[in-house]
Ligand binder design. Structure first.
Ligand code: DLZ
Length: 155
């Protein structure tokens, strides 16, 4: 999927409560994603930010579900899944994607999707928001979560 076409969002997230749920595989890229999400939330004026770490992306949906039940305004889910030599990649991608979608739809709490599904580490680094990266997917996921929470306010 191309990163072209992403909207430029002006966000006023003051007063929102947002929790980042982050997997731990591929630590360098994950550090970039978490930093990007935290930076975007600060820029949007979101000050009540918590971070929950889980082992892998497979564990993101259960963490997001628990967090959503706790009364936050939005969740930002971050993970890095890199293709290996077995079908495991497809199962973990599918579980994370379907699970996080299910959490958002069932709970009504927006879940920003910042899970990278890449062929190799170079692709992931290029989307990590770290110096030299072309894209900042952690920030994009945080902005999407905040924008959706704001859009749904009062609906
Ligand atoms: C097992 C596994 C593998 C092979 N690769 C990744 C990965 O690239 N990214 C990721 O977030 N998690 C990976 N995992 C771990 C699973 O998500 C999960 O934590 C384990 O299967 C234990 O439930």
């Amino acid at each position: 999927m191309s990163g072209a076409g992403a909207p430029s969002l002006e966000l006023d997230g003051r007063g929102l409560r947002v929790t980042i749920v982050a997997a731990s595989w591929h630590t360098v890229v994950m550090d970039g994603l978490v930093a990007g999400a935290e930076r975007a939330l600060a820029e949007a004026g979101v000050h009540d930010v918590r971070l929950v770490r889980v082992p892998g992306s497979f564990e993101l949906p259960v963490a997001a579900a628990r967090v959503a039940r706790g009364g936050v305004d939005a969740v930002v889910a971050l993970g890095v899944i890199i293709r290996g030599g077995t079908p495991h990649f497809d199962y973990v991608c599918s579980a994370a994607t379907t699970g996080l979608t299910d959490v958002a739809v069932r709970s009504g709490v927006p879940v920003g999707f910042g899970v990278l599904t890449c062929d190799d580490e170079a692709q992931a680094l290029d989307r990590s928001g770290l110096p030299g990266a072309r894209e900042d997917k952690g920030a994009e996921a945080a902005q999407a979560a905040v924008a959706t929470a704001l859009a749904l306010r009062g609906v």
